[in-house]
Design a binder for this molecule. Structure first.
Ligand code: 13P
Ligand code: SF4
Length: 331
């Protein structure tokens, strides 16, 4: 669904966001409502600390999709962005799937409109299509395989070398995969605003001041940044790397929400966020979409069971095929 339609739906449901909630202890109420409604709260590592703290499960895109597919809860509350909740609904259509704020979109998903992508596909006949999970259900329905940053290399390598491939929508992840796998995939020109917001100048200066620190990065980052990284991986990969490393200082190039788990798991290590080009409140990179979810919205979402994510049955039937291929290859 286009963001504009989501926005309209959000306005229709916005009234409930203005409901007076002063004096309500959101955390206690959310826990109570979760139990009463047999709901599971899934949260991505980029969510605000308070949401990660009360979630039943916190993970990267792949782990969240796997969890959503398997859960026997009646309701999935997705503290993440729209494509994640939509994927959960496609994988587990009998469950009610809720997203605290319908405007929690993704710049990467928005950079790939279905009509343009359909044309792009026509210009590259005989290509297998691999799409990063950060895209709409319409784009997934036009794909042969979906992947996430934690299984992308495996998915690309599962396809015979001589088979031409289109990779969409992230050109940075695509270029990184081309380097890693020796392929020459045709890349869609999409990117994530957040991972393109790091300043190389400030990063180099910061590294000079902390020469004992290792730079680690998410593969949505640009090539010049990935070239100076000692480790490149998904959010879960970055967390595992820091936990298992004997090093004690890291400069982390991804969205700042990950710092909450990283610092919690490694209280004795120095975790420094990679600096953003623009000076902002945290001098780091934050995803404005991820940060739309708040405790108040989460509370109202569980209480009123809104906003509810729906996916057209015909569309879901097509979109689930490449997602299930990915899950099968990720076992
Ligand atoms: P992960 O799959 O690594 O959690 O990434 C999700 C995402 O949106 C990165 O910007
Ligand atoms: Fe999308 Fe980038 Fe936000 Fe991830 S960080 S959800 S890719 S806009």
């Amino acid at each position: 669904m286009k963001l504009i339609e989501l926005a309209k739906q959000n306005i229709e449901t916005k009234g409930y966001l203005d409901i007076e909630t002063s004096g309500i202890d959101y955390i206690t109420e959310i826990q109570k409502l979760k139990k009463e409604k047999n709901a599971i709260l899934l949260a991505h590592y980029y969510q605000i600390d308070e949401i990660q703290e009360i979630a039943d499960f916190v993970g990267d895109s792949l782990a969240l999709a796997q969890k959503a597919a398997k859960t026997d809860a009646d309701m999935i509350i997705f503290a993440g962005v729209h494509f994640m909740a939509e994927t959960a609904k496609i994988l587990n259509p009998t469950k009610k799937v809720l997203l605290p704020d319908l405007l929690a979109g993704c710049s990467l998903a928005d950079s790939c409109p279905p009509d343009n992508f359909s044309e792009f596909k026509k210009q590259h006949p005989n290509h297998v299509v691999i799409t990063y999970i950060n895209c709409s259900a319409e784009i997934k329905a036009l794909s042969d395989y979906v992947c996430t940053s934690s299984n992308a290399k495996k998915i690309v390598n599962s396809i015979p070398k001589e088979q031409p491939i289109i990779f969409a929508p992230d050109k940075n992840l695509g270029a990184y995969l081309n380097k890693e796998t020796g392929r020459d995939m045709v890349l869609w020109e999409g990117s994530c605003l957040v991972h393109e917001a790091f300043s190389m100048e400030k990063l180099i200066k910061l590294h000079k001041e902390n020469l004992d620190a290792e730079i680690i990065a998410h593969p949505e980052s640009e090539d010049h940044l990935l070239q100076v990284a000692s480790y490149i991986g998904s959010t879960a990969g970055l967390l595992d790397y820091v936990k298992n490393s004997s090093r004690t200082k890291f400069i982390v190039a991804t969205e700042a929400g990950i710092l909450y788990q990283m610092m919690r798991e490694n209280p004795d290590k120095d975790i420094i966020p990679a600096p953003a080009k623009e000076d902002n409140t945290c001098a780091c990179s934050e995803c404005a979409y991820m940060k739309l979810n708040t405790l108040k919205k989460l509370y109202l979402c569980i209480k009123h069971e809104l906003p509810n994510i729906e996916v057209d049955a015909e569309l879901a039937k097509k979109a689930i095929v490449p997602i299930e291929r990915m899950l099968e290859l990720s076992k």
